[in-house]
Design a protein around this ligand. Structure first.
Ligand code: SAM
Length: 181
């Protein structure tokens, strides 16, 4: 656990083939509604950001958040090509500070990013503060980086911030949990 994913990895993260194994609609389509405000934490190249922007529709908003400016720029370009960039707010995080104080979201996605966060205690406290009362947080971690005990530790740390595990979410090559605030 540790280092951040380099922008060069976007060619793999944003491949069209990813939809065959990690289809956004199947994974979290049930938790996102038109008009919602949602956050894509560690958006990377925006593979899930653009799917979220489709789901929230023209009256919704997606906050694409990442520590790397280059990732935000790639996401902006990807979303512009899809014609949905106006539904997205781009936000640069600090490694120890998400920095979205005052925002409230209906859904938060943390896909393949929690293992890169240096201070997960602070991270989960900040995520908990972002969630509206009925909101859900979805954590998905890659089996090739995060072992089962490490994932349990992550869920314990989320639990310490008041986030409750609701449902296991099955995604190929991954460990997943849906949580509530
Ligand atoms: C493996 S990539 C996953 C990208 C995207 N979620 C996906 O699945 O395609 C992890 C992303 O999380 C970002 N990241 C790492 N630590 C972060 C932090 N503390 N706050 C926000 N973003 C972070 C990295 O910059 C990188 O873009």
């Amino acid at each position: 656990m540790g280092d951040v994913c380099p922008p060069s990895a976007v060619r793999w993260l944003n491949t069209r083939l990813r939809k065959l194994v990690q289809d956004p609609a199947r994974i979290f389509g049930d938790y996102v509604n038109p008009g919602d405000t949602v956050v894509d934490l560690g958006c990377g190249g925006g593979y899930f950001t653009v799917a979220l922007a489709d789901m929230v529709g023209e009256n919704g908003r997606v906050i694409a958040a990442d520590v790397q400016t280059e990732m935000l720029n790639i996401t902006r370009g990807f979303a512009a090509n899809k014609g949905i960039v106006d539904r997205i707010t781009f936000h640069k995080c600090e490694p120890d500070n998400i920095g979205l104080a005052g925002e409230k979201v209906d859904f938060a996605l943390a896909f393949y990013m929690v293992h890169e966060v240096p201070n997960r205690k602070a991270f989960f406290n900040q995520v908990a503060a972002l969630l509206k009362p009925e909101a859900r947080l979805l954590i998905i971690e890659p089996t090739f980086h995060v072992s089962s005990p490490q994932f349990e530790l992550i869920l314990d740390e989320a639990g310490s911030a008041g986030l409750k595990s609701v449902k296991t979410v099955k995604v190929l090559m991954s460990r997943g949990m849906l949580l509530s605030g």
